[in-house]
Design a protein around this ligand. Structure first.
Ligand SMILES: O=C(O)CCC(=O)C(=O)O
Length: 326
């Protein structure tokens, strides 16, 4: 599917699924650093990786916030094809990445099955907009193959949901009762209308925060799925209220994570400086520089050299943001 067709599908359905959109060779370096973030499937399931306990009992505990410990995975979130797709879908080239996460899920670690929901409570200050110039796009980027047994997101076309009010925001499977005015039982047809995002590594699922979607259960024995999630749009139109939406989604799906403390806010961890807004450096380019600088690890001479270079590079470089490497 070319970008024009993708934009058409996005306008009609509120999402577009692009199987294998990132070619394997553009994921190789990110995959080579995946163990900096997450245990392997064997390391988790055999309990041999000391980090395995983190993932047990809370689906959101598998989320790392941007910038990641791996420069290459951070860069995957702003891969040039992702940027071109965001520009095509939003019809705008003045975009800012306002959030990025990397997420690992392991079969049996917890309940990953979510209720259908929209993301407006943690992506916008108001209800999501379809107004040109004020839209946002979220993308799931699969780092490995995600067949149905590894819990791909499911989405529902706007054709079935455009008429639905902003509240309730979580629509439970038929037969389950809502707990407050934000959570209600869905019309049975809504779950029947779901489309699966299952696809090979490199698949990108782009959706508008007002599109109903949900995470699904992992059932493959000893399975692991990993994805990057990135969100971009016009900063003037986007807001952030932490991860309220996710916590509420998990409460609606009965997961134990409702009592978890709020997770960190990745939206402001590295933001393009004022110079990037004056047109000297496009925001995306600034992000590339910032990622390389902010993912510095002590002892990593390769990354240290890059960040030192960027400090002298002028607008948008790390030095001009006045930020320190951590
Ligand atoms: O991970 C997924 O497949 C979907 C997650 C999701 O929609 C959410 O947590 O809001």
């Amino acid at each position: 599917m070319d970008l024009t067709a993708a934009a058409q599908a996005w306008r009609t359905d509120g999402f577009v699924i692009l199987p294998g959109f990132l070619p394997a060779e553009e994921l190789t370096s990110a995959l080579g650093e995946l163990d900096l973030l997450f245990p392997s499937a064997d390391g988790f399931h055999d309990g041999t990786d000391p980090r395995h306990e983190r993932f047990i009992g809370d689906e959101f505990a598998g989320i790392d916030t941007f910038p990641f410990a791996s420069a290459e995975i951070s860069l995957a979130a702003v891969n040039h094809r992702i940027l071109a797709l965001a520009e095509a879908l939003l019809g705008d080239d003045d975009l800012h990445l306002y959030g990025a996460e990397a997420w690992a899920k392991y079969t049996g670690a917890c309940d990953y099955d979510q209720a259908l929901h929209r993301d407006y409570l943690n992506h916008t200050v108001l209800v999501p907009s379809t107004t040109p110039g004020c839209q946002q796009v979220e993308m799931f980027v699969f780092l490995n193959d995600v067949p149905e047994e590894l819990g791909p997101p499911h989405l529902v076309s706007r054709k079935h949901t455009a008429h639905l009010p902003a509240v309730p925001n979580w629509l439970l499977p038929p037969g389950q009762e809502g707990t407050d005015r934000f959570v209600a039982e869905a019309d049975p047809q809504l779950y029947e209308a779901e489309v699966s995002g299952a696809g090979p590594a490199g698949t990108v699922i782009a959706f508008e925060p007002g599109t109903y979607h949900r995470g699904t259960q992992l059932s493959a024995p000893r399975g692991r799925s990993t994805a990057c999630i990135c969100a971009s749009g016009r900063p003037a139109c986007s807001g952030d209220s932490g991860s309220v939406g996710r916590r509420r989604a998990s409460r609606a799906s009965g997961s134990s994570s409702s009592a978890a403390p709020p997770r960190g806010n990745c939206r402001s961890s590295v933001s393009p400086g004022p110079d990037t807004l004056t047109g000297r450096l496009r925001p995306w380019q600034a992000w590339h520089c910032a990622i390389r600088g902010a993912t510095f690890r002590p002892g990593d001479r390769r990354v240290r050299k890059r960040s030192a270079d960027m400090g002298t590079r002028g607008p948008g470089g790390l030095g001009s943001h006045g930020r320190r490497n951590t």
